[in-house]
Write a protein that binds this ligand. Structure first.
Ligand code: HEC
Ligand code: HEC
Length: 269
């Protein structure tokens, strides 16, 4: 017993206790520091929601209702998700200026920072698709040929074979996809604006959306624009085939007739 208590009062004991205390403090700090940054993220997020709510009350509530529940002038926005808000507001479709067959694309009137706040507020009303990350929508490394195939089976019936757009019934139209930001192409597929069906990840994987974006990026870039000259509206094999038949064959027949006429004349004389 005596030996033990003697060791406890060893001259190094104070140093050991100090080291131990330091280790505990460091450990506690390490354990709580990340929790602090998470808290900071939370406050930034609730601040964005608050700002978004203010913007919403001024610019959107008259049609979509004070809590986003919808009115006779606009649908409910509960559960449409941040992606729908980013798409609608960044492409200038919202805020709607006048009721018509379809909300047209216009110059955006909100900055991207304000759009993010609006999106944060709408997303807080109900879960929905979030804004895609650059990694999701960038065409880098995607399969362009596969994208072309997917585009022809899923989108061309409305948007035309190379995305030039086309008319639908009752004054509605599928717009041209030339020059549309890859992010907005991704969001259009996620959310299906107005008369366009949506293509959620369950029916069209993230990878396939990327392939389509890469295809559109290729057909709309200058270097691949109609290498053969006149593009005939990019309508596909039928119109282009017809062109070849009428003008190509027509020219051949004309030459044949000319030759025949001249040989006949040559024989006579
Ligand atoms: C003048 C009325 C009006 C105003 C103002 C307005 N909207 Fe809309 N909004 C509409 C209508 C109508 C539709 C439905 C369009 C359609 O389907 O033809 C719509 C659709 C939307 C959609 C698509 C919903 C979905 O199901 O995908 C979003 C998102 C949206 N609005 C957000 C906003 C935001 C954000 C604002 C404010 C910046 C705003 N709107 C201002 C009338 C309005
Ligand atoms: C049933 C017809 C239909 C199909 C199929 C369709 N779309 Fe659309 N798309 C539309 C209509 C209509 C709009 C305009 C909606 C609006 O203005 O809110 C549109 C809008 C878009 C826009 C927004 C363009 C812009 O100017 O901001 C993109 C991008 C788009 N579609 C891509 C696609 C892709 C990619 C596919 C295939 C995966 C597809 N669409 C399939 C009808 C269609």
């Amino acid at each position: 017993m005596k030996k033990l208590s003697a060791r406890r009062r060893h001259p190094l004991a104070a140093v050991v206790v100090l080291l131990f205390a330091l280790a505990v403090t460091g450990g506690l700090y390490a354990a709580f520091a990340p929790a602090d940054t998470a808290k900071a993220d939370d406050t930034a997020q609730s601040l964005a929601i608050e700002e978004g709510k203010k913007l919403y009350s001024v610019g959107c509530a008259s049609c979509h209702g004070t809590g986003g529940q919808g009115t006779s002038d606009g649908p409910s926005l509960v559960g449409v998700g941040a992606a729908a808000v980013d798409f609608q507001v960044a492409t200038g479709r919202m805020p709607l200026q006048q009721q018509g067959a379809q909300a047209p694309r216009k110059k955006a009137i909100y900055t991207q920072a304000e759009i993010d706040q609006l999106a944060a507020y709408i997303a807080s009303l109900g879960a929905g698709p979030s804004v895609p990350t650059k990694n999701q929508y960038s065409p880098d490394g995607a399969d362009i040929a596969k994208g072309g195939e997917l585009f022809r089976t899923n989108c061309a019936q409305c948007h035309n074979f190379t995305g030039k757009g086309g008319a639908l019934s009752n004054g509605k139209y599928a717009p041209s996809l030339e020059g549309v930001d890859p992010k907005h192409i991704y969001e259009a597929m996620q959310t299906g604006p107005q008369n366009m069906p949506s293509f959620p990840d369950t029916t069209m994987s993230e990878k396939n959306k990327k392939d389509i974006i890469a295809y559109l990026d290729t057909v709309n870039s200058d270097k691949t624009k109609s290498p053969g000259g006149l593009e005939l509206g990019g309508l596909g094999p039928v119109s282009e085939g017809l062109f070849a038949w009428i003008f190509g064959l027509g020219a051949l027949i004309a030459v044949a007739i000319w030759v025949a006429a001249h040989t006949a004349k040559a024989k006579k004389s």
